[in-house]
Design a protein around this ligand. Structure first.
Ligand SMILES: Cc1cc2nc3c(=O)[nH]c(=O)nc-3n(C[C@H](O)[C@H](O)[C@H](O)COP(=O)(O)OP(=O)(O)OC[C@H]3O[C@@H](n4cnc5c(N)ncnc54)[C@H](O)[C@@H]3O)c2cc1C
Length: 375
């Protein structure tokens, strides 16, 4: 019988997507949650996120549908295009899954919605509070992202490796908003773009390179470097890139999924547990799924150690599979020469004769319902 969380104090380290979603889910089940966030304000970098139905089911169950719909756009399709701009295939998400909700959102808007909901639920958010070593709390949740101290306390330090890819991200003003994500695929590089609410457009551009960049979010770069790397791209790309006046660049690193997620007192979720390459657009979505399942397990299983073991056993296999799928996807958009021609021809043909079959490959990601899963 759920109810084991009632009146229990929980400390969450990190006020990002994972930490805030977990805080809401825990507090709604009666826990007394404190979030410790190192930043002096809950603020987010300028970048977009695609939220797929598996994560939207959680956000809807937390009562956030209307608030999210007001600040996001629906996504009806993923359109794969050649570097020249010519269409390869258009994957119609709306037709394949009419009931499912795919949304495009600015990260800052998602964080605002989560922060407001957390405060409304009664979560205490302590800003400007960097956690140096795991606090001595009876239940401690590590949602402290890519370089998680709580993960290190559970597993020791890990050494990620550079994938040989760097990525730029930028947001531009753009009123043109066909509700779809577009992927432009060229040799050794690709560019993803989609509209955001408020007349904005998100751009992520990935290039294979030997130059080593730091891992992290905030490395400003000269927009001329982005324009030079994608100078041969056609369609709307040159117009978009001409508008970029601020861009950030970072190196893409591959990480192991954490071997140990909990020790009966501490547990990790989100990027702290399973940082992923962005090629399945599932990092935040997995964090949101984790948050629901963590709260559901702690509420359903009174013994804390058993609850955290259950959480780990439910989440590790799925997140590992998604991280591996993102790793495998890394090179798919970047083919060169005859392999590229063959792959694009196969996609064009597949899109004509069996478009549903291409999308069905992702059913296991998008059809999953964390809310329906028994904890
Ligand atoms: C280019 C790019 C595109 C992406 N696109 C998508 C997408 O389309 N869809 C998707 O689902 N995902 C996407 N992702 C992934 C997604 O952004 C991350 O997986 C997600 O933000 C992880 O959330 P998190 O809360 O675990 O970590 P974070 O968002 O990193 O939050 C961690 C928080 O912890 C705080 N913190 C860290 N250390 C401490 C400390 N010691 N003390 C206190 N606070 C601390 C930080 O300040 C931060 O607020 C993308 C990622 C990239 C790089």
């Amino acid at each position: 019988m759920p109810g084991a969380l009632r009146s229990r104090p929980v400390t969450v380290v990190g006020g990002g997507v994972a930490g805030l979603t977990a805080a809401i889910a825990l507090q709604q089940r009666g826990a007394k949650v404190t979030v410790l966030e190192r930043a002096p304000a809950i603020a987010e970098v300028g970048a977009g996120l695609q939220l797929s139905p598996n994560a939207m089911r959680v956000l809807d169950a937390l009562g956030l549908s209307a608030a999210l719909d007001a600040v996001s756009l629906p996504s009806h399709a993923v359109r794969l295009r050649d570097a020249s701009g010519s269409d390869v295939v258009r994957l119609d998400l709306a037709r394949h899954r009419p009931q499912a909700r795919f949304r495009l959102i600015h990260r800052a808007r998602l964080i605002e919605v989560l922060e407001q909901a957390a405060r409304r639920a009664g979560v205490r958010i302590v800003l400007d509070h960097p956690v140096e070593s795991p606090p001595d709390a009876p239940l401690l949740i590590g949602a402290d992202g890519l370089h998680s101290g709580i993960r290190a306390a559970l597993n020791g330090r890990e050494v990620p490796f550079f994938t040989g890819q760097t990525a730029w991200r930028a947001v531009i003003a753009d009123q043109d908003k066909p509700p779809e994500a577009q992927v432009f695929m060229g040799p050794n590089r690709h560019l993803v773009s989609y509209p955001l609410a408020g007349g904005l457009r998100n751009i992520v551009a990935v290039l294979e390179t030997r130059d080593w960049q730091d891992e992290g979010w905030s490395h400003p770069d000269d927009p001329a470097n982005l324009r030079a790397a994608f100078a041969r791209f056609g369609g709307p790309v040159p117009g978009w890139l001409a508008q970029v006046d601020r861009v950030h660049v970072w190196g893409l690193f591959r990480h192991q999924v954490a071997a140990r997620w909990q020790d009966g007192r501490m547990a990790i979720l989100g990027d702290a547990a399973h940082p992923t390459l962005p090629f399945m657009a599932q990092g935040a979505c997995m964090a949101i799924e984790d948050a629901w399942t963590l709260a559901a397990c702690l509420d359903a299983v009174p013994d804390q150690q058993a609850a955290l073991m259950r959480y780990e056993s439910l989440r590790k296999p799925r997140t590992t599979r998604i991280v591996e799928a993102a790793n495998a996807n890394a090179g798919n958009y970047h083919l060169t020469g005859p392999r590229r021609l063959a792959a694009h021809a196969a996609l064009r043909l597949g899109g004509k004769v069996a478009p549903g079959a291409i999308l069905s490959r992702f059913d296991w990601i998008y059809d999953f319902d964390p809310v329906a899963e028994a904890p």
